[in-house]
Design a binder for this molecule. Structure first.
Ligand SMILES: NC(=O)C1=CN([C@@H]2O[C@H](COP(=O)(O)OP(=O)(O)OC[C@H]3O[C@@H](n4cnc5c(N)ncnc54)[C@H](OP(=O)(O)O)[C@@H]3O)[C@@H](O)[C@H]2O)C=CC1
Ligand SMILES: N[C@@H](CC=O)C(=O)O
Ligand code: NA
Length: 418
């Protein structure tokens, strides 16, 4: 099997090393040798692994036009030109393995159709949960179920940041730098910390689990960049842990709810023990019940593990996936949740009643309201609501932010008791 590898960064280098390290075993399992014939990169000045010697090219056509190459492995990242290269490879009848969640989330529907027409594989196990097997289990092992709900921690970088901030009291920016050095973060880490990467992964899971295609930009997404050490401390005091949760469910009317949001979860929640770069995905199927997938969601070798397994799977029979329907989501305003709200208000008499008044007028009742001490002119106020309509909460937040007694709403985090 001859491979054209596109990208030799964190994941690409892991793939080259894994095939070198485990080559014998892999050969025995699939009954033939895997040879990486060419490797596409961009920067002529970067130092490369010695294993790449004599294989480097700067021209994608060297791979796409090479008749001998039967599998293209795309691990470059970003939407373009990855989409164009994947499309061309499929059109040329080459199998494609990719770790690119952006391309699969946004263009998976047409790429799957093209691969099916051309009778080639399009495999993307590394695109969700890094090294955790989740794509293949959803496509195959759980295929007999009707799946109602998927929830999980889908981004290693943000889970690493939240864990290090909580356990070591480190600052957000320092932990982010560390995650970048470890190769966990996307080329633009905004994708991680603002939740876009998790939303792309959630869109892929919706496509596989519910057969519903939804563009990731339609998923209501809030990241963790606003979360401070004090939110983490308050969560701790109240008996919760903050996680960036990706959530999707099908309601009784077959409508899809999907969002990515920081959530305070109880210590008893199975996701509470998912720390650092680890991800976990809980899938609820009508026959199997709840199943949990757990492992390293990012990093060189765990991700390479999924990519190389996909390369090996090219030898198996082609799984035809029928097209899935394009759907609208349940508007986030129509969903329900408890909320934690932390805000800074001017320390004046009557301020508390103004704030609670706005919430009361919207029919939002409060579980607790605490003034966390004075910061000179201002005071920090922490509110936790009962389960409330998100549309009403968003309206109330807007009104509260406009009150002259309020300086700033610092944090809004969902709270779950499951
Ligand atoms: N890192 C991780 O833990 C995980 C990453 N992924 C996904 O895997 C993919 C790769 O990620 P990662 O390895 O971290 O990314 P890196 O940024 O480390 O590597 C990207 C590689 O692609 C090459 N490249 C990028 N653009 C071009 C281009 N236009 N032409 C030619 N070569 C190009 C770069 O070349 P050069 O070396 O010359 O700069 C580099 O070798 C992404 O889609 C990412 O989302 C998925 C799961 C986990
Ligand atoms: N940047 C991503 C990499 C894996 O998909 C993450 O941190 O999870
Ligand atoms: Na995976």
């Amino acid at each position: 099997m001859k491979i054209g590898l596109m990208g030799l960064g964190t994941v690409g280098t892991g793939v080259v090393h894994l095939i070198d390290q485990n080559g014998r075993n892999i050969e025995k399992k699939i009954g033939e040798k895997i040879e990486i014939k060419k490797i596409l990169v961009k920067d002529p000045n970067k130092k490369r692994t010695p294993l790449a010697e004599g294989k480097i090219t700067f021209n994608a056509e060297d791979i796409l036009e090479d008749e001998e190459i039967d599998v293209v492995v795309e691990v470059m990242g970003k939407e373009h030109p990855a989409l164009e290269y994947i499309t061309k490879a499929l059109q040329k009848g080459k199998h494609v393995v990719t770790a690119n969640k952006e391309v699969i989330a946004k263009h998976g529907k047409e790429l799957i159709k093209l691969a099916t027409e051309k009778k080639v594989h399009l495999l993307y196990e590394a695109s969700v949960g890094g090294g955790i097997p989740i794509i293949r289990p959803l496509k195959q092992c759980l295929a007999a179920n009707k799946i109602y709900e998927i929830k999980g921690i889908l981004n290693g970088t943000t889970n690493y940041i939240l864990t290090e901030m909580k356990e070591k009291g480190l600052d957000f920016d320092d932990v982010l730098k560390d995650a970048q050095q470890k190769g966990y973060a996307e080329a633009d880490p905004t994708d991680d910390i603002e939740g876009f990467d998790a939303a792309r992964k959630l869109a892929i899971l919706c496509m596989l689990a519910f057969n519903k295609f939804v563009l990731p930009e339609k998923i209501y997404t809030k990241g963790i960049s606003f979360i401070s050490k004090s939110d983490i401390q308050y969560a701790e005091e109240m008996g919760y842990t903050i996680k960036l949760l990706a959530y999707a469910r099908i309601d009784e009317k077959e409508r899809l709810e999907a969002w990515v949001h920081p959530v305070m979860i109880r210590k008893t929640n199975p996701l509470n023990g998912v720390n650092g770069v680890f991800n976990a995905i809980l899938v609820d199927g009508n026959a199997v019940g709840e199943v949990m997938f757990y492992g390293q969601g990012a990093g060189m070798m765990p991700t390479a593990s999924a990519v190389v397994a996909d390369i090996m799977d090219v030898k198996n029979h082609i799984v035809i996936q029928n097209g899935c329907e394009e759907v609208d989501l349940i508007p986030i305003e129509d969903t329900f949740s408890k909320y934690y709200i932390r805000l800074i208000a001017f320390d004046r008499p009557g301020v508390m009643s103004k704030i609670t008044g706005v919430l009361g007028n919207k029919g939002i009742s409060l579980l607790s309201v605490v003034q966390k001490g004075s910061l000179g002119e201002t005071a920090e106020i922490v509110l936790v609501t009962h389960i409330a309509n998100t549309g009403k909460v968003l309206e109330a937040l807007k009104e509260i932010e406009e009150l002259k007694e309020v300086e700033k709403i610092e944090s809004v985090i969902k709270v779950r008791e499951d």
